[in-house]
Design a protein around this ligand. Structure first.
Ligand code: GLC
Length: 761
């Protein structure tokens, strides 16, 4: 008996032996004494392997997967049992042990140890881990980049205290990348039920996967590079679509800014103090008694007028929307939802009421298309008032009513509740992890209805694999602790490796009180992460950029202005990410996987392909160690050339984040202004960093509409290379010239001279 796959459970009942194997259409099916296995090829480098305990496979559409199987599979007799060929994979099923071995074109990528194991409500599988393997991905987790040695759980949980051992948190992305120093492969468990990954925790040489379901639906992805795996995973689960440019600006949030006069004062303060800001977030107190889709008339008498005034000042408004609908016989949304069967029910047909901010509340059943449409439609009072983005919170879903005995995983809708799934009901537990994604899907639909022609902006706390198609993610309720600033780096990097490019955290820390130094350092860091917002708790002291005195204000202003000046670069990188699915905020191991020193490096990262960011993560530090991979680099601030392949000590005065540029990089800049709406993106300058050949594709469009999909964009390829006379030359080529507002001729500045050192010429 094996009892180590989950910490608290014994497993028995192996699913083998094999009774028969047959090709069935584009699939190959192995019939076992208990259940069956089905194999299909999604594409040459992605293979699906499903196990079903009953032998019948679910036809429920996946929340995550958008790719359809295209390949065919064939069955041959192998050495010790059937062998299935699917794309570049071959799968050997060992008749005697029941073990499954999956090989890709470069050798074995999964050495299953034995058969699928079953117990009353779960299926599990184990495989051998090589001693030198790292494990990346798995979404929003505490801890370091390399998850090897951890035991992690997938169960969306509203847990507001993110201590290092805390797991799970709000997001469930059951996707991991295995990397042995040479080759990478991926494994995705497509299940919205509770699942566990034992990553060498119980036994340092074993990987265990278990899911609380009767099926296990796995996708194997071949590398060989980490980037190949992430790219294939995002072909499978979809990619972020290009966000509106304003959403890349800075956002100021607090629980909560109200009434209107306070919001206007806040907006004016940004403008008076010359601090760029694009977005003001309105937290739950804008509502009437926390009734979603209402405005508190006393606090916000004329939201449309307020949004219009703010828009004239270059601000967008984003409002929070929680799923819980207040139980109130006089509240039309509740009455309508109850009448039309929009809420989650118990098996006896009664509406389940939990407890969230509004008190007793019902939970829309977002697993149904009709409910999503209803919910989308309910956004009218917000989006028609001029709100530009929606912030979805509490969508794990959080529920304060169950007894938790200190276990936050229980602070959710109980398993007895049903999820209707468009008329194919099942226990809520089986679709629990999809609730946030389904909610965001409904929210994204609202934009089609009420802001047609404008790109949506949805921000979410909870999500599941594929959430990148609908929303940006912020990492929930962190604290104003230095430890949480440090933790934010690997946490956000892990999300990027899990397909979620548009990610960020509450800058300054949500709970507790930041001091000026922590706030400044956090702003310096967040300004160079994909999603940039300061947010704080209702009881925290003020956390605006000017709340900590002039020195912090100046540092925060500089950080935000640096972000705004880099927007042409960042926007181009976002566009690239929307096409290739690779993260904007990148762990070094993604771009330098042959460099063993990057394996678990997560106190620095790359922003796009060219900038290396080394945030200061401890108090009183005015310098820090920075590892620069092989090649020539430049200090962004001093333009001094630095040879890589070593660690250096970088200066980090209070208002400066260590930042390095790869030789061969071309970085476009714009002149910062109060908001993206007021910036002139037709006047750019480019810094070209000599010392290596390189290229950059500058992407420009109107920043807000979908016209780019019809070709209304400009793409210019800039190249730097050395000419025969030894001088560095810059060459540009318009690849597409579809947007009239593009910069006609940027001012190009060459940084650094001919470089004769290693890694250079
Ligand atoms: C949750 C959110 C937080 C928000 C608060 C009130 O704790 O994570 O960001 O401010 O609810 O809505």
């Amino acid at each position: 008996m094996i009892n180590w796959i989950t910490k608290d459970k014994a497993w028995e009942l192996p699913a083998s032996p094999l009774l028969g194997a047959a090709a069935r259409g584009a699939a190959c099916v192995l019939e076992l004494a208990k259940g069956s296995i089905e194999l299909t090829a999604v594409e040459p480098s992605i293979m699906r392997l499903r196990y079903s305990r009953s032998g019948a496979f679910s036809v429920r559409p996946s929340r995550a997967v958008v790719a359809l199987p295209t390949g065919s599979v064939s069955l041959v007799e192998g050495k010790s049992g059937p062998e299935i060929l699917a794309g570049r994979f071959s799968v050997d099923f060992d008749r005697s042990s029941g073990g499954i071995t999956v090989s890709g074109s470069n050798g074995i990528i999964f050495s299953g140890e034995g058969p699928f194991l079953l117990d009353r409500d779960s299926v599990s599988l184990t495989a051998i881990l090589a001693p030198d393997e790292s494990i990346y991905g798995l979404g929003e987790k505490t801890g370091f980049l390399d998850r090897r040695g951890r035991h992690v759980e997938m169960w969306n949980t509203d847990d507001p205290v993110h201590t290092p051992d805390k797991d799970p948190l709000y997001q469930s992305i059951p996707f991991l990348i295995r990397f042995d120093g040479v080759r990478a492969s991926g494994l995705f468990l497509d299940s919205t039920a509770r699942s566990f990954f034992d990553l060498g925790f119980s036994d340092s040489e074993r990987l265990g996967i278990s899911v609380h379901d009767t099926e296990m639906d796995l996708y194997f992805i071949e590398g060989p590079s980490i980037a190949d795996v992430v790219s294939a995973y995002t072909r499978l689960t979809g990619r972020m679509s290009l966000p509106p440019r304003w959403a890349l600006g800075f956002g100021q949030s607090r629980w909560s800014y109200h009434p209107e006069s306070r919001v206007m004062d806040l907006a004016l303060s940004f403008r008076k103090r010359d601090i760029p800001c694009d977005t003001i977030y309105l937290d739950i107190d804008y509502m009437d008694g926390y009734r979603v889709f209402t405005w508190n008339g006393a606090r916000f008498p004329d939201p449309a007028r307020m949004c219009a005034k703010l828009e004239m000042m270059g601000f967008r408004v984003v409002t929070i929307v929680d799923p819980g609908v207040k139980r109130d016989a006089l509240y039309p949304l509740y009455v309508e939802g109850a009448r039309e069967g929009r809420f989650c029910r118990l098996a006896d047909g009664s509406i389940y009421h939990g407890k969230v901010w509004p008190g007793e509340s019902a939970y829309p059943d977002f697993s149904c298309g009709a409910t999503r449409e209803w919910w989308a439609h309910a956004h009218r009072p917000l989006l028609e008032s001029g709100v530009s983005g929606i912030w979805n919170d509490m969508n794990e879903p959080s529920d304060f009513s169950p007894e938790t005995d200190g276990d936050r995983r229980k602070a959710t809708v109980p398993d007895e509740v049903m999820s209707d799934e468009d008329g194919d009901p099942r226990s809520f537990a089986l679709s629990h992890n999809a609730y946030g994604l389904d909610m965001c899907r409904a929210t994204a639909q609202a934009f089609e209805e009420f802001r047609p022609g404008k790109r949506p902006f949805v921000l979410t706390r909870a999500g599941y694999a594929g959430i990148q198609r609908y929303a940006a993610v912020w990492t929930g309720d962190n604290h104003s602790w230095w430890e949480h600033l440090a933790q934010a780096v690997p946490m956000q990097l892990g999300m990027g490796l899990s397909g979620v490019c548009f990610v960020g955290g509450d800058s300054g820390g949500f709970q507790g009180d930041a001091d000026g130094e922590l706030f400044a350092r956090w702003m310096e860091f967040s300004a160079l992460t994909p999603f940039f917002r300061a947010h704080s708790f209702i009881d925290s002291k003020p956390h605006e950029p000017w709340s900590f005195g002039p020195e912090t204000e100046a540092a925060a202003r500089d950080a935000i202005r640096l972000r705004y000046s880099l927007l042409p670069y960042l926007y181009s990188e976002f566009r690239k990410a929307s096409l290739d699915g690779l993260p904007v905020m990148r762990p070094l191991v993604l771009d330098y996987q042959n460099d063993a020193r990057t394996r678990n490096l997560c106190d620095e990262f790359l922003l796009g392909r060219s900038l290396l960011v080394a945030p200061v993560l401890r108090p009183a530090e005015r310098e820090r160690l920075v590892y620069l991979p092989e090649g020539l680099w430049y200090d962004f601030h001093t333009k001094e050339a630095v040879e890589g392949g070593r660690s250096i000590i970088a200066a980090a005065p209070f208002n400066r984040i260590p930042l390095f540029v790869r030789a061969g990089a071309l970085i476009p800049f714009a002149e910062p202004a109060d908001s993206t709406a007021l910036m002139d993106f037709s006047r750019l300058r480019i810094e070209a960093y000599a010392g290596a050949r390189g290229a950059f594709e500058l992407y420009e469009d109107d920043g807000e509409s979908f016209a780019y999909r019809e070709g209304a964009y400009t793409l210019t390829r800039y190249e730097i290379a050395q000419a025969s006379d030894g001088e560095w030359k810059i060459h540009s080529e318009r690849i597409c010239n579809g947007w009239t507002g593009a910069c006609a001729s940027p001012v190009v500045k060459l940084i650094g001279g001919p470089w004769k050192g290693p890694g250079g010429l």
